[in-house]
Write a protein that binds this ligand. Structure first.
Ligand code: GUN
Ligand code: FE
Length: 479
């Protein structure tokens, strides 16, 4: 079988050097903002004043002209705590990525020509095995976290590898750079599916190291809930029944989030049916791994019964529309699942998807849904190839990238609302470096559509997490 080769060093890509975030202080943000509190519905907040506290939370949202807005703005201006956005800037809620394989960053955009089961064995497991080298992990993870922040991702849900020290480094880096993160040490012990060079030596070791990792993250000095541990069985094919059962018990005991892959491709879906006699979702449930805090990646082949079980638990799906093009064999029935009431957010699935940007995935979510609705095979009649009522619109895609991601995680992020965390992205609507062009006459719904279709890293001016400045575009890219 083909095996991807990796050179021994990871050269750090030219990430603009960022100074470390300072502690939050009380401040207020004045300018135009937009968010999507409800699926498909945009709220454009013109000249809004958003007050954020030293605890990182939003204390007040004063609409333009409200009785308190003027006095509060004057008070913050006098104290030097007023951040005034430019006329061409727009404040967005921070973007939420529900599914990132941190160790796969070096192969982003590579090796997308194989089916999932071959790609894992030939490319991905050899790469992930390299994280036994903690220095290598440090270099990759620094670069990845910097890249995601620069793209506006304020919350990321990460898979690490089976290596405890490397995964601890990932958590350390997220904490130091103040990216909100849920991080998991990957568990995978099944000798049938995991190569000897990259697998947990036993279920007991995988469980013990998962416990150690939870303890490590929960006691990291200065954490305060910014970084959370995630119980991470890679997927059923990689794990023994004993390990899955043990991790289910640990999930109940610890109250941690859980992440795993579910019904991603034909191969995966059928593999689990064959091994467990039930669908992936039902098996994950039987192992005690399904709860309000579970994130199932992909879910492309879930049945209506599966959806009912996921809904009953309040678990979430990380929809990864770019990755699905390469590995899933089908288009996720997104709208159908949203209409059933499932929690769904977006994931890059680095490196299954070739982009680190959640907005690229928001765009692709629209495109995939339109493709499902129209069908793909021109040789079939229109009636045979269509799947009616499948399309989503741009406001729904933006909602998936922000508020819905927050809901999926059961965290108060993704909206400008009192009691939510101040996680935000300032974009330049007319930066010469970018493609986004917002005109004075554009209506709010047009501004949102342009953001979904055009906004990219070059348009991101600055990024805030918990009212801390975590990224500023480097001078070289300034407009
Ligand atoms: N299923 C199990 N592991 C993986 C992975 O690393 N990426 C994707 N896309 N699917 C998986
Ligand atoms: Fe994945």
């Amino acid at each position: 079988m083909r095996r991807c080769r990796w050179r021994s060093r990871f050269c750090r890509i030219a990430d603009p050097v960022q100074s470390l975030p300072k502690p939050a202080t009380e401040r207020a943000f004045l300018g135009n903002a937009l968010h999507t509190p409800v699926r498909g519905r945009l709220e454009y907040l013109r000249d809004v004043l958003i007050v954020a506290g030293a605890d990182g939370g939003i204390q007040a949202v004063h609409p333009k002209g409200s009785p308190d807005a003027g006095a509060a703005a004057a008070r913050f201006a006098a104290a030097g705590g007023l951040v005034t956005l430019g006329a061409d800037q727009i404040l967005l809620p921070g973007l939420i990525d529900l599914h990132v394989h941190a160790p796969q960053f070096p192969q982003l955009g590579l090796a997308l020509d194989l089916p999932l089961e071959q790609w894992l064995q030939a490319c991905t497991f050899p790469l992930e095995a390299r994280y036994a080298n903690t220095e290598f992990a440090q270099a990759v993870y620094e670069s990845l976290v910097g890249t995601l922040l620069a793209n506006g991702t304020t919350t990321a849900v990460y898979y690490g590898t089976i290596h405890l020290p490397a995964t601890q480094r990932l958590a350390d880096i997220c904490l130091r750079r103040a990216q909100r993160a849920l991080v998991g040490r990957v568990a995978m012990d099944d000798p049938q599916q995991c190569p000897a060079y990259y697998r947990d030596k036993s279920a007991g070791i995988a469980l013990a190291e998962t416990r150690d990792f939870i303890e490590y993250v929960r006691t990291m000095s200065g954490n305060g809930g910014l970084i959370r541990p995630v119980i991470t069985p890679r997927f059923i094919p990689s794990c023994s029944d004993g390990l899955l059962r043990g991790l289910g018990a640990l999930a109940r005991e610890s109250g941690c989030h859980v992440q795993t892959h579910c019904s991603e491709s034909d191969w995966e879906h059928l593999f689990v049916l064959d091994r467990c006699g039930v669908t992936d979702t039902m098996a994950i449930d039987r192992f005690g791994l399904l709860s309000r805090h579970t994130i199932l990646a992909h879910g492309n082949f879930i049945t209506d019964d599966d959806a009912a079980v996921i809904l009953r638990h309040g678990a979430a799906i990380a929809h990864c529309p770019l990755s699905n093009v390469y590995f899933s064999d089908a288009v996720f029935p997104l709208r159908r699942m949203l209409e059933r009431g499932l929690h769904v957010g977006l994931g890059t699935d680095i490196a299954g998807g070739a982009s680190p940007s959640i907005l690229d995935n928001a765009r692709q979510a629209v495109i995939a849904s339109r493709t499902l609705e129209s069908g793909v095979d021109a040789a079939q009649s229109r009636e045979r190839r269509r799947r009616e009522a499948s399309r989503i619109d741009a406001p729904t895609a933006f909602w998936l990238a922000t508020a819905a991601g927050g809901e999926a995680l059961d965290l108060n992020v993704g909206l400008f609302r009192e009691g939510y965390q101040f996680d935000a992205v300032v974009i330049d609507a007319n930066s010469p470096a970018g493609n986004l062009r917002v005109l004075a006459q554009d209506a709010p719904e047009h501004i949102l559509q342009k953001i979904v279709y055009h906004c990219a890293r070059a348009d991101v001016h600055s990024v805030w997490v918990g009212n801390r400045l975590v990224h500023e575009r480097s001078e070289g890219m300034r407009s």
